[in-house]
Design a protein around this ligand. Structure first.
Ligand SMILES: [Zn+2]
Length: 420
């Protein structure tokens, strides 16, 4: 069912109002504290949201000691569809200050470069962000020049909240039960560290993607490799035919890996070996690598390559010992998703119904969605609309807030129509 103009404009303006409110709450997470949540200030936004969810009439609202906020929107009258989960994160990246964010709304964008009141040297241009070209006449929201904006992921939260508000106001909007989960610490890779996945329904979606239309259901299959080289140390004056210099052998070993399979030479669906650290001397050396690809078979091939190199080097340097250790870090969430194609299919349909072109992408990394997928909750990632995340030039168009909120409304309707 198409949405009325009234619903659309309500979604857009409600999402904007909420977004401007949420970004002003300082919620930067921190790598080094080891606490859950990593910073207590994340509770400031979670408590605010807890109150707003209560005002919107949600049930089973629970903000736990680890700063995970859960809530349930009961199904609309007569709807027997499955429960879906909507997930977004309250924290912002420690890479750029998120303290005292002052959002600026640049109305009726004219295609020129955008200035920042608190930093006259900073400019946001079409060169930085070609997406701006599609936004002429739209309103562009930026920070003031000193901080990030935190559309990642407060846009996602605002869009979910706006959809919930619309379900309360426009009772003709069809939806089944919706479970909300707002998490802390996504930016430091701990977004699911203390999540209680029993509190989530089987099918979830994160609203944490970038440009409008983005839909992500695939991520890397990820391995780490540690290579230990054990050489033979002898006084360099008397080393002929005796010494095996582990550090030298290690560098030859690493130099023989294919240069075209490194992060700096790959993109899109190409995988790689990536050296993350090397140390050693004559006696012992160690190299740490990560291995990435979308297809597990390609990573198996890379691990075999390292095994063959081990044999070759041990043959070439009699007395040298090489030890290889591989660890699986996370798997491509597609392996879970492909067993639940409707979850991605309905997301794709919902985006199209919002009038946005779907841009299905494979994430060259991991996400909370990939971790949730592994826990048995297929969780595609939907766009939230922000661009240039983790920078002082981060921005979002007002229409993107509206389109993402519309996508949520359509998604809920599609799941409701699908039945139990
Ligand atoms: Zn994010």
């Amino acid at each position: 069912m198409p949405l009325s103009d009234e619903v659309k404009s309500y979604l857009e303006s409600d999402a904007l109002t909420r977004f401007l409110r949420y970004v002003q709450v300082h919620t930067t997470s921190a790598e080094e504290t080891g606490a859950h949540p990593s910073t207590a200030r994340q509770f400031d936004l979670s408590r605010l949201l807890e109150g707003e969810l209560r005002e919107l009439g949600l049930r089973d609202i629970e903000l736990d000691e680890f700063c995970y906020l859960y809530a349930t929107l009961p199904p609309g009258p007569g709807v027997k569809g499955r429960t879906i989960g909507l997930v977004a994160h309250v924290d912002t990246s420690p890479a750029v200050s998120g303290e005292n964010v002052k959002p600026v709304v640049h109305e009726n964008y004219d295609g020129e470069s955008i200035g920042f009141p608190d930093d006259p040297n900073l400019k946001l241009t079409v060169e930085d962000s070609p997406e701006l070209e599609d936004c002429i006449g739209d309103s562009i929201i930026t920070a003031s020049g000193k901080t990030l904006l935190s559309a990642d992921d407060k846009a996602g939260i605002a869009e979910i909240m706006a959809a919930l508000a619309a379900f309360g106001k426009f009772t003709e909007l069809k939806h089944g039960e919706i479970r909300i989960c707002f998490t802390p610490d996504e930016e430091i890779g701990m977004g699911t560290a203390k999540i209680n996945s029993d509190k989530l329904p089987q099918y979830c979606y994160t609203l944490d993607g970038g440009e409008p239309g983005e839909l992500e259901a695939e991520c890397f299959d990820a391995w780490s490799a540690t290579v230990n080289f054990k050489g033979i140390s002898v006084h360099p004056g008397f080393a002929k035919n005796k010494m095996i210099n582990a550090a030298v052998v290690a560098s030859r070993f690493l130099a023989s890996l294919p240069e075209y399979e490194t992060p700096e030479h790959t993109e899109l669906r190409e995988g790689f070996f990536h050296l993350t650290g090397i140390s050693g001397s004559e006696e012992e050396a160690q190299a740490k690598l990560i291995i990435r690809d979308f297809a597990t078979a390609n990573n198996e091939r890379r691990m075999d390559h390292l095994r063959h190199l081990k044999d070759l080097f041990e043959f070439r340097y009699p007395g040298l010992k090489i030890e290889l250790e591989f660890k699986h870090q996370y798997e491509n969430m597609w392996t879970v998703m492909e067993k639940h194609p409707e979850s991605v299919e309905l997301a794709r349909k919902a985006i199209e119904m919002a009038g946005v072109t779907v841009k299905q992408k494979a994430i060259r990394g991991g996400t909370d969605g990939s971790k949730l997928s592994r826990m048995g909750h297929p969780t595609p990632n939907l766009f939230a609309g922000g661009i240039l995340f983790h920078s002082r030039k981060e921005w979002i168009a007002k229409s993107s807030l509206g389109k993402a909120a519309e996508t949520v409304v359509h998604l809920a309707a599609l799941w409701a129509e699908r039945g139990a």
